[in-house]
Design a protein around this ligand. Sequence first.
Ligand SMILES: Nc1ncnc2c1ncn2[C@@H]1O[C@H](COP(=O)(O)OP(=O)(O)O)[C@@H](O)[C@H]1O
Ligand SMILES: [Mg+2]
Length: 283
Amino acid sequence: MQVVSISSLKGGVGKTSVTTGLASAALAAGIPTLVVDLDPHADASTALGARSGDQQDIGRMLKAPRRARLSENVVTSGWVERASAHGGAPAGPASSVLDVAVGSAYTGIYDRPDLGRRDLRRLSALLAGAEKYELVLVDCPPSLNGLTRMAWSASDKVVLVAEPGLFSVAGTERTLRAIQLFRQEFAPNLSPAGIVANRVRSGSAEHTFRLAEMESMFGGLLLSPHIPEQANWQQIQGAAHSIHHWPGDSAKNAAALFDALLANLTAADGRPAAARVRDRVRR
Ligand SMILES: Nc1ncnc2c1ncn2[C@@H]1O[C@H](COP(=O)(O)OP(=O)(O)O)[C@@H](O)[C@H]1O
Ligand SMILES: [Mg+2]
């Protein structure tokens, strides 16, 4: 199991969009995946078509993480039903697992700058019950307070999302420093997996300049491919649809970008997870 946090210092840069894009790619590749919606605004849960009924939301589960039964309280994403209606994931229905630990305003109580060690470990304790997933994506709130740090404590990797703009580049540098400090103190195994440049406008001179700047500042940490500004993004998210099941060429192109991003991100032992899943299915 690989736990990946999607973080940034500020809001509106595309954390939730990148989280759901990666989740969509994981579903299409048949990688059993859990999305933990740690943002009190719960946008990822909305976009994934996941609403808790009798299940406990993530706020309640974090209150008593050792007693909470994660597997009984996750909600299946509405995308799964749609994917099977479209012929299922390539790996077959048995691998079409996309669950959500549904977001909740109650997580807000942990989003303090001074969260103690015990509280920082709440999510890792909860994820002890997540063995059935190959990938866990944690959508973080737009700050580096308690919730994001709780996510980092439970993660193997952190992905930072940044738009190619002046403040965003500076914010990314600050966030990388925060990760280094956090790592020394609390999470020696945590590594910054990379930076996703989002909302890139190909015709913009400013974006071209900032991307070159990011490349020289962050080098290999800048992940490929970049995600362009996508005109129908809000419409897709508003319909609680996955990018892989939205009609039209632009959605198809975006889906392919997220396939590549996921493969680059989850590459372990030099092999992308999607390739490993394909091999397993073939055997
Ligand atoms: N690549 C993109 N193209 C077009 N719109 C985008 C893109 N990424 C994000 N958005 C839009 O920008 C807004 C903020 O994105 P969101 O993913 O919610 O950011 P965050 O989670 O960092 O706050 C949303 O309305 C989303 O639809
Ligand atoms: Mg968000």
